[in-house]
Write a protein that binds this ligand. Structure first.
Ligand SMILES: [Zn+2]
Length: 515
């Protein structure tokens, strides 16, 4: 009897004797959840009471994880004394900037902070920030006082086990893990991990393909590669879409490819495939070989990557293959809902164009037509109305979704056209390829990362300046002939080398759109 009674007694001890302890953990949890975590929810667009309830449920999930974390943190009062002010301080800084300038912690921001590269860091310190930090630390000190008043708690192994099991469950269920990982304070841990993973991937040894590269173009040349985001070819006016979503590009001599298929339908997976020699027979090359960037480097190109998207471990290596890497909007992630537009890349593009090198490869990684669509075009491009009003897709109508999406296409038309305007008098070629398409309600599917014709058809186009076209009329003709051809994104690697006048034993001429 004793062996049965004893565990029951222990359970009752955990539940009853520690009422005051659980109350304290609840108080500490609410302090963090209300004061800091909630700032991550304040600017999310909602349109109905149902949307608010959905967001509230997400907040509850994050708060529940926080409860389990605090259960572990509070077991030992000295650990609590050491860690609580630290957690408060970092969370308070993040919450303050999230609330005041809608900035969120990203690996790029962490990198800039660690490199002491935040040129305006002194200007970031304001009276409001200092006051907020002091108030937060004062409340944190109150909690530490309460924790010491509680004294030593019993059943520590049971409490720790409950905390670890709760955390493990919530952070390993995929529906919960992503919302938790992007919210204060959990984003501190996840961003540092992501940052470390990217650093590791950059150090990785990859096979070089540069030996015996032949550089056949000996005049000044600018090759621009625009990596698009979620752009569907059938929503481009210049491809015959019923709406004229490309009023500017339609007036240019654009070669638009209507039948490009992508194997992979999300950025992190499609980019390594697009940038390397990987194809459907040799997909592993995306993880073992260098990209076309190194081959441009070997032909004395100045190579630069201009990013308006978060980096990721699957393609951070290629960004660092470039001679230079510049970010626009280092504080934006997909959990930020204010304006995040591609024209932020223009100043970076202008300086890259001004570089003294005769030969340049400029890669622009755009945010394009990524969901939340309204963030990615400026107000003057809100032509198609009504647009989405809620971040919760089930609360948006199909009409609103397509209108918002088409406004991003209209904005991309303006963006690419502006790049062309800057290149018109150069000897230049611009190649655009979107990383994948986007589902807009076909079979009830939205956005991307699913396998469907809408997500696997992706937009691609080429523009050549007059002097480039004059030197390479056959490239123009051949590309024109391939406009309707069914192709995989495998064409990109070989075509870009062709565009830059680089010959190599690794180039497959049959895949180039210029042959
Ligand atoms: Zn993407």
């Amino acid at each position: 009897m004793k062996s049965i009674k004893s565990p029951l007694n222990r359970l009752s001890g955990l539940l009853n004797i520690h009422k005051r302890y659980y109350l304290f953990v609840c108080l500490s949890t609410l302090f963090i959840a209300l004061m800091f975590t909630s700032t991550d929810f304040l600017t999310i667009p909602v349109n109905s009471f149902k949307d608010v309830c959905i967001l509230f449920m997400q907040w509850i999930v994050v708060t529940l994880s926080l409860f389990f974390a605090m259960l572990i943190l509070s077991v030992n009062r000295y650990i609590f004394l050491f860690l609580m002010p630290l957690l408060t301080l970092v969370s308070a800084v993040l919450a303050y900037f999230r609330y005041t300038i809608n900035a969120t912690l990203t690996p790029m921001l962490l990198d800039a902070a660690l490199d002491n590269d935040l040129g305006t860091s002194a200007q970031l310190v304001s009276g409001g920030l200092v006051l907020f930090l002091l108030a937060a630390l004062l409340l944190s000190a109150g909690l530490i006082y309460l924790r010491f008043k509680l004294g030593i708690v019993q059943y520590k192994p049971g409490l720790l086990l409950t905390g670890v099991a709760g955390m493990f469950f919530l952070t390993n269920v995929s529906a919960f893990q992503r919302p938790i990982s992007e919210r204060i304070p959990f984003n501190i841990y996840y961003t540092v991990s992501k940052y470390n993973e990217e650093k590791q991937s950059i150090k990785q040894q990859r096979i070089s393909l540069t030996e015996q590269s032949k550089c056949t173009d000996d005049k000044p040349l600018t090759v621009v590669f625009v990596l698009g985001e979620s752009l569907r070819p059938d929503h481009l006016g210049l491809n015959g879409y019923q709406r004229n979503t490309t009023p500017l590009l339609s007036k240019e001599d654009i070669i638009s490819f209507k039948n490009i298929h992508t194997e992979y339908t999300y950025t992190n997976r499609s980019l390594p495939h697009i940038l390397t020699r990987a194809d459907s027979l040799n997909p592993d090359r995306a993880f073992t070989e260098e990209s076309f960037v190194s081959m441009f480097n070997s032909c004395n190109y100045y190579t630069v990557w201009l990013a308006n998207q978060e980096s990721a471990k699957s393609y951070a290596y290629f960004m660092h293959e470039c001679d230079s890497l510049f970010y626009a909007n280092i504080e934006k992630s997909s959990y930020v809902f204010d304006k995040w537009v591609d024209e932020s890349l223009f100043p970076l593009f202008d300086s890259a164009l001004k570089s003294a090198a005769d030969k340049k490869l400029i890669i622009l990684h755009t945010i394009g037509s990524h969901w939340w669509y309204n963030s990615h075009y400026t107000d003057s491009f809100a032509r198609y109305q009504p647009v989405t009003k809620s971040k919760i897709i089930s609360s948006c109508t199909k009409e609103e979704m397509i209108n918002s999406y088409d406004n991003t296409v209209l904005y991309t038309d303006y963006f690419i056209h502006s790049l062309i305007g800057k290149l018109r008098n150069e000897r230049a070629i611009l190649v655009y390829l979107s990383d994948h398409g986007e589902a807009l309600g076909e079979d009830g599917i939205w956005l991307h990362a699913s396998q469907s014709p809408a997500t696997q058809q992706t937009a691609g186009m080429v523009w050549m300046s007059a002097s480039y076209k004059a030197d390479y009329p056959q490239k123009y003709e051949k590309a024109m002939q391939k406009r309707d051809k069914k192709m995989r994104t495998d064409f990109l690697f070989h075509s870009l080398l062709d565009a830059g006048g680089i010959d190599s034993q690794y180039k497959d001429y049959t895949l180039s759109i210029f042959r």
